[in-house]
Ligand binder design. Sequence first.
Ligand SMILES: C[S@@+](CC[C@H](N)C(=O)[O-])C[C@H]1O[C@@H](n2cnc3c(N)ncnc32)[C@H](O)[C@@H]1O
Length: 220
Amino acid sequence: MSDQPYHAPVEPTPGSLPTSYWPGLEDHEHSRWYTERFRAMAREGEDLEGESRLVDTLAPRRARLLDAGCGPGRHGGHLARLGHRVVGVDIDPLLIEAAREDHPDATWLVGDLTILDLAAQGEGELFDGVLVAGNVMDFIGEGHRPEAVSRLAAHVRPAGFLVVGCRVGRGFTPGDLDAALPGTGLVLEQRFASWDLRPFHPHSAFCVSILRAGDGSGGR
Ligand SMILES: C[S@@+](CC[C@H](N)C(=O)[O-])C[C@H]1O[C@@H](n2cnc3c(N)ncnc32)[C@H](O)[C@@H]1O
């Protein structure tokens, strides 16, 4: 892993839409506030692990897991404590710094999901499962979300899974996710309205989609 400062490619081509709308990239106070908010909730004993409990259920033991858009690392940190081999990646360097401080059992990398190439960052082994939680898809720039889905799919091993949880109606929609799937090798396996698996309805305010990669047999 490189210790060189990372300059987030927020606007890779002049005039093109940014790849991230995350406020912390321009306002470091926001990143510090966000980190402290979750640290305080953890100290107060709030349940911050619903997302990672679902991933633990889906995953084999000692799985290789990717926490994509990990922020300060609450999901990946929990999964590492459960014995999984976790890599977390996020575009905000301050949040990655916090994840490294709070959850030293996992590997934390700065990266942009829309151009994700973890092999180039020394993490070439594909993942048993990938988690995208906490409205990350809403913060990825419009027009770049299909690229993020495709780059995430490229990091999933055959028969592995990608779980995407996001609020509905603020930007990204379940329909956007479905439209991004052709050509990625992922298919929608299950869709729920919450991390504790309530049924999804067209009017649900939240959506958890479990996507599965083909097993490489071509359906034989
Ligand atoms: C609301 S936070 C969620 C953090 C974490 N997943 C959680 O649930 O606690 C959204 C995260 O998406 C990350 N993000 C936004 N755009 C991104 C991009 N293009 N590539 C990587 N991470 C991105 C932000 O930096 C931020 O950490």
